[in-house]
Design a protein around this ligand. Sequence first.
Ligand SMILES: NC(=O)c1ccc[n+]([C@@H]2O[C@H](COP(=O)([O-])OP(=O)(O)OC[C@H]3O[C@@H](n4cnc5c(N)ncnc54)[C@H](OP(=O)(O)O)[C@@H]3O)[C@@H](O)[C@H]2O)c1
Length: 218
Amino acid sequence: MTQRPYIIVNVAQSLNGYISGKAGRRVVISSPEDMVRVHELRSEVDAILIGSGTVIADDPRLLVDQNVVQSAIPPVRVILDRSMRAKPSSRVFDSSARTIVYTGGNRVDSRKCEIRTRDDQGLQIHNILQELHDDGIGKLLVEGGKTVITQFIEERAIDEFYLYIGDVIIEEGGLKLFTPGFEIRNIIKTVRPFGMGVLISLDPYHLQRLWKTQVKDT
Ligand SMILES: NC(=O)c1ccc[n+]([C@@H]2O[C@H](COP(=O)([O-])OP(=O)(O)OC[C@H]3O[C@@H](n4cnc5c(N)ncnc54)[C@H](OP(=O)(O)O)[C@@H]3O)[C@@H](O)[C@H]2O)c1
């Protein structure tokens, strides 16, 4: 049986359901209060994982803000980048934290990270998670984007799921994680006001079951 880290997914969406702007345009959805929560969450995990689409669109550093939490060892940064699309100059490849890239390509360049070249089988989420578990990653935070989160939902590899609804409305044409008609109200565990937005915790078990139905129906 596959062993895996404990997995937390965190995603922010606009009032009208978008997690990104049109053509991947980066938009700030989280309120300052929510950013503090995200940095606290980061400080509690062993690793943070994102896909190359998020590296390209947002260029995050994926570090813990030391003004929020004084943490000695930053979480490992894990990047899924099948075809090495993320630029070596991306901020996630600075040397501030250990960084692992899972890829299908074997380009050698200047990025400061550990490149793990795997075949299609090796890039399946359950195999990556088994490896991370074997590396001592006990808790993993998944910060997106849509393609990556979808794989975690389909793999049924989520223990906690946080959805922050920010006080912004984004132009049509961006990415939505949940499609119209998705019966999200049936899987909400808790809802609480947070800054100028709302923090929702979803039941991961029922999310994964409902997701399957949604995919089947479309
Ligand atoms: N609101 C939020 O909370 C939030 C959070 C994060 C991101 N975002 C937004 O989401 C958008 C990005 O989402 P996205 O769906 O386009 O991209 P993504 O999920 O960040 O990354 C997808 C890419 O990652 C690679 N990948 C995925 N699974 C892999 C695997 N198992 N092994 C190896 N590589 C794998 C693939 O690269 P290849 O194409 O090379 O195959 C794939 O195209 C951005 O616009 C960003 O702003 C929003």
